[in-house]
Design a protein around this ligand. Structure first.
Ligand SMILES: Cc1ncc(COP(=O)(O)O)c(C=O)c1O
Length: 383
């Protein structure tokens, strides 16, 4: 057994970002400034979109995305039960009504057929999540959106490297939102970014993300001297700091290298865990690029002789940290009470939520770490 605890979702922090953070601290410019602008430029170039707007979280970005698309109280937004609560909460914060459609049990992403069944006269938008980094069926979802005149917000919290038919995730719908939370494929501690091709949506996202102050207000963050600003709307305090961007602007330069490393780890897990009575991630289509964000095991007690929670505890006792992504949204108290959702109405998401367990997949893992995870899973399954 390992002597030290392997923390789940450890980011890889290297010298360039450490130096850049120190430079920010020494320059005394901590808040929004030139490093945020540089980080936005680098993400926009990586994603091939004209507009990338840095914020202090993906949740903030999803909230603003709902607002700038003009969602109004009573408007319905269809999303997935197999996601983090933030995807649903953002819809509620915008005053709209979240509606869940069940997932495909294999891809774990929104099932387009289930989405069709949930469309009503009030449906105004779809909010698909590229779960674990695997692309949603965007042809089908965009066709539904077109047919019914719906807007599309892509939750790309797991999907920085994801592609669908050669298009980068987050650039297919009206808006895409990335997360740079500490466990994500690239990190800023906390942070997010909204992507869009639409200059109007970009401008309004920027204005609403900083109190509703006119876009000129952002010029306060350059050294051109003081400029007066107007306040156009009642906005939010969602801006990213240079201290955060100092990390992200270097992380993005190594995103492909780290993806390659996670691919090696992924392949090793697939090979060395394949004889066990657990479910492994399904293969994806040739027209997709998976971001390899989460490696999820499916633990069916009838097959494994052990429940997901017991396996999780056994791995913990062997110093291996794991995650659960996710217990399905309808199982949580507030949603049951407020929307009357029942887990059994979303059987595919419910089953995944009861069985799923994510094992470490960070580019920071050494070959020894990966071997330790494999050995621990094997021994935990054998009691
Ligand atoms: C699918 C999904 N959406 C949204 C979020 C929210 O991201 P953030 O923590 O940056 O607000 C997360 C975070 O884990 C997530 O996994």
């Amino acid at each position: 057994m390992r002597n030290s605890y392997l923390v789940f979702g450890q980011p890889l922090i290297e010298q360039p970002e450490i130096d850049e953070v120190l430079a920010s601290l020494r320059s005394s410019w901590l808040g929004t400034g030139p490093k945020v602008a540089e980080f936005e430029k680098r993400i926009a170039a990586y994603k091939g979109v004209p507009h990338a707007l840095a914020l202090n979280s993906c949740t903030a970005g999803l909230h603003l995305a709902c607002l700038v698309l003009g969602l109004r109280p009573g408007d319905e937004v269809i999303t997935t039960p197999m996601t983090f609560c933030a995807s649903v909460n953002a819809i509620v914060h915008a005053g709209a009504v979240p509606v869940l459609a069940d997932v495909d049990p294999v891809t774990m992403n929104l099932d387009p057929e289930q989405v069709r069944r949930k469309i009503t006269k009030r449906t105004k938008a779809l909010l698909p999540v590229h779960f674990a980094g695997r692309s949603c069926d965007m042809d089908a979802l965009m066709a539904i959106a077109k047919q019914h005149g719906l807007k599309v917000i892509e939750d790309c919290a797991h999907a920085i490297e994801t592609e669908y038919r050669g298009q980068k995730a987050g650039t297919i719908g009206d808006l895409g939102v990335l997360s740079f939370y500490s466990t994500k494929n690239i990190v800023t501690g906390e942070g997010g970014m909204v992507l869009t091709r639409d200059a109007q949506l970009a401008r309004r996202t920027k204005v609403l993300g900083l109190h509703g102050m006119s876009a000129d207000a952002w010029k306060r963050f350059s050294d051109d001297g003081y400029k007066h600003y107007d306040v156009e709307e009642i906005g939010f305090k969602y801006n990213m700091m240079d201290l955060q961007a100092a990390i992200g602007m270097h992380q993005i330069t190594r995103v492909e290298l780290w993806w390659q490393r996670r691919l090696q780890i992924w392949r090793r897990y697939m090979q060395e865990l394949s004889d066990l009575p657990i479910g492994l991630p399904a293969p994806w289509g040739e027209h997709e690029r998976h971001a390899l964000h989460l490696f999820t095991l499916q633990v069916d007690k009838a097959r494994c002789g052990v429940s997901r929670d017991e396996l999780l505890m056994r791995l913990h006792r062997q110093n291996i940290g794991t995650g659960v992504h996710y217990r399905a949204v309808p199982g949580f108290k507030v949603y049951r009470e407020r929307f009357g959702w029942k887990p059994e109405d979303y059987p595919a998401a419910h089953t995944i939520g009861e069985r799923t367990l994510s094992i470490p997949l960070s580019a920071k893992l050494s070959d020894t770490d990966v071997g330790d995870v494999i050995a621990a899973v094997r021994s935990a399954l054998h009691g």
